[in-house]
Design a protein around this ligand. Structure first.
Ligand code: HEC
Length: 124
């Protein structure tokens, strides 16, 4: 009789540990890192902001950081300001020598992705 109770208790214990184990973080599937900005639905998701931002480095500095501010640094620019500037350049609402042409190549989703990237870079 006692042995039987012990066996049942053991089975119960093993079952409980199994349940706990299933929920323990060590057994959980690794969480995939979230993209910086929610991507708009569309046939072609825009590439990550960081990759696109490399095309700006020639004029605005690596990571948007610039020591000589002949071109405006982009690092740390507030997201809303960046988005507004890029859309205005693209739509011809803001006069520019170069940026009108540069901005032509980007969709709203791509501009948002770059805005998140640059806003997160700490200016020096
Ligand atoms: C060929 C040089 C060049 C490249 C490449 C370039 N820019 Fe510019 N950018 C400029 C110039 C010059 C200005 C000042 C406005 C003008 O005259 O076009 C400017 C201004 C800006 C501004 C406004 C800054 C402010 O303080 O208001 C933003 C935002 C900007 N660029 C974003 C970008 C992004 C994003 C990229 C990459 C996709 C990029 N630029 C690539 C030359 C460049």
């Amino acid at each position: 009789m006692r042995l039987r109770h012990l066996t049942l208790a053991l089975i119960g214990l093993v079952f409980a540990i199994g349940l706990l184990g299933a929920n323990a973080p060590i057994f959980a599937a690794p969480t995939t890192p979230q993209a910086a900005a929610p991507l708009p639905p569309g046939p072609k998701a825009p590439p990550a902001g960081a990759a696109m931002a490399q095309t700006c480095a020639g004029c605005h500095g690596t990571d948007g950081r610039l020591h000589a501010a002949a071109f405006m640094p982009l690092a740390g620019m507030p997201k809303a300001q960046f988005v507004q500037a890029m859309r205005d350049f693209r739509d011809g609402k803001r006069p520019s020598t170069l940026m009108g042409h540069v901005a032509q190549g980007f969709s709203n989703g791509e501009i948002d992705a770059m805005a998140s990237y640059f806003a997160a870079v700490k200016p020096e």
